[in-house]
Design a binder for this molecule. Sequence first.
Ligand code: PHB
Length: 398
Amino acid sequence: MAKSPHILKTKVGIIGGGPAGLMLSHLLAKTGIENIVVEMRDHETIRNTHRAGILEAQAVSMLTDSGVDSRVLTDGDEHAGIDLRFNGESHPLDFRELVDATVTLYAQNEVFVDLSAARQRDQGDVRYGCEVTEILDMDTSTPKFRFTDAQGNQFEVHADVIVGADGSRSFARRQMPQTLCQDFKVTYPFAWFGILTEAPKSAPELIYANSPHGFALISQRSENVQRMYFQCDPNEDVNAWSDDRIWAELQQRVDGPDNFQLKTGPIFDKTVLGFRSFVREPLSHGRMFLIGDAGHTVPPTGAKGLNLAFADVKVLFEALDSFFSTGSDKLLEGYSDLALKRVWKAQNFSYWMTSMLHTPVGGDPFMAKRALGELETVTSSRFGQQYLAESYTGWPHA
Ligand code: PHB
């Protein structure tokens, strides 16, 4: 006979230990709300998964004000704008001057490292390498989930609330009754070829380039490590790309009469990142709530993924705090609608940036010219620049 699982009792059972799950766990613990985090991947795998690197000021404050770590202030790099490059010309946007706001470049892996260290420092219960196999009773007041740890031991978590923070392929999301929800999605006929290179910075700010050869993004990681991307086919094989070929491709996408030259160096990481736009509605069922990529995914062009996840965390944390301190589930019931307002704003912004900056595959010349008209409209108007700057630096939290 199979051994019965070990029972773990807690208030909030969090499935997924990426930045969203860990941030929620940290905030709850600080308020004295007991929680357990269960994550499928091991710590090293998450630490080495390269994601975007732009934090809105509000995301930075969530790390510093809540006592996670202030490393984001010392090791992060404040950026007061971006450069929109098209027709071979640079169009700098000065966020500070336009909307009195900045963003911080701090890689998502570092956010994970800080959160994970903070949970360990505060003796949080975070378990890596654990596979969640079942979610039970989510529409009762005693939801549960089962998981198997790396040694094959079986556990059952009994909680008041379960949170799905398990990323874009979310197991938690798939356990919600399909008849009561709706998925909205867009797939794109292109992907990003991402590299990490040991090279000096090519420019002070990030460059988002629209070119006849396709989109390119010149981002950064530190004084001597840079992150860059170029639009590619979703089935592109990274092994077909030598360093020389990659540099030639990136350079031709930023070429212009100003003779702007990328600073090159050895490339030590190459990945193709597929992307899509996706939203699940509602973001909750009974006593289970989705946060971050588990509930919605944006293309990386607007740099909104982690920021949106943190905004969800904030809304859900306040609802949980109210639930556990007053017993009222009013705010929990409003979580999905409130979080979705920001989600759709970010979906719109990310879709807009993506369509304005990428080259349509199959090359409809009208659409390519239309996108250039849009870039011209935005960059030649103070209102246009402010619209982009306000969205990029982040709308106020709810
Ligand atoms: C990155 O540095 O990885 C990055 C920055 C901005 C984006 C996407 C990715 O929009």
